[in-house]
Design a protein around this ligand. Structure first.
Ligand code: VGL
Ligand code: ZN
Length: 236
């Protein structure tokens, strides 16, 4: 492959019923509005189109309901401890129960053109840790094997050069997936119209600042970067 190869992938993060109004347990404001934008992107010749699903067991550490009567969703925090290294910890926000495996809220949004996907990657299955990123939990010393996904290997296998990140939520799972993606060496973009944030516009603007500072590009569905994908012949 030449050095100038352009092999873009589309990553669709957690476009699941529980993250969407009107009935989602952890509905992101205006979350369902990402679906038509993402369906248009799914029609383009990306070399790989992958969706992720937040896929929690009922005893997941991020559910306020698992932390006693005083724990409140959205405002309380819990400590995550590396199961193999008690000195490595991080604080994580608590949420309403959401995306529990086998429940309707776990399903990809019905209007999503899922027939165009090359695969679906599950994350957040280990009850002991929070895993916002589609790549891995934040634990590094050592990494927790049960919270490292196959996404990086898949992108390498398909010789992906850049990743366009979309989905929910812009200030949590999209944010952390894009940061890890850039850290792992892919040119990484978030398509602004294809995401919405738990913290609304304010939450998104805060995320954008940090994404840009870490080298993630914020691009538009009708912009130049997506335009390069449109121009790819599907046989390239
Ligand atoms: C997410 C909160 C909890 C997300 C997942 O997909 O952004 N947010 N779990
Ligand atoms: Zn979750």
């Amino acid at each position: 492959m030449s050095e100038t190869a352009f092999r873009p992938a589309l990553l669709i993060v957690d476009v699941q019923e529980d993250f969407c109004p009107p009935n989602g347990a952890l509905a992101v404001p205006d979350g369902r509005a990402v679906v038509p934008v993402i369906n248009d992107l799914l029609a383009l010749p990306f070399v790989l189109k992958i969706a992720t699903k937040d896929h929690h067991p009922p005893n997941h550490i991020s559910f306020a309901s698992n932390h006693g009567p005083d724990a409140q969703p959205y405002t309380s925090f819990a400590t995550v401890t590396n199961p193999t290294n008690a000195r490595e910890t991080y604080q994580t926000r608590l949420w309403p129960d959401h995306c529990v495996a086998g429940t309707p809220g776990n399903a990809l949004v019905r209007e999503l053109a899922a027939d165009r996907l090359d695969g679906v990657i599950l994350k957040g299955m280990d009850p002991r840790v929070e895993m916002y990123s589609a790549f891995r939990s934040p634990l590094r010393d050592p990494p927790l094997v049960s919270a490292v996904s196959s996404l990086a290997a898949l992108l390498r296998d398909r010789q992906v050069t850049e990743v366009f990140v979309t989905g929910l939520a812009g200030d949590y799972c999209v944010f952390h997936s894009a940061l890890d993606c850039a850290e792992d060496g892919w040119k990484t973009y978030v398509v602004e119209e294809a995401t919405r944030s738990v913290g609304g516009q304010e939450g998104w603007e805060k995320a954008v600042e940090e994404l840009k500072a870490k080298g993630v590009g914020i691009v538009h569905a009708d912009g130049e970067e997506v335009g390069r994908v449109r121009e790819l012949s599907s046989s390239a």
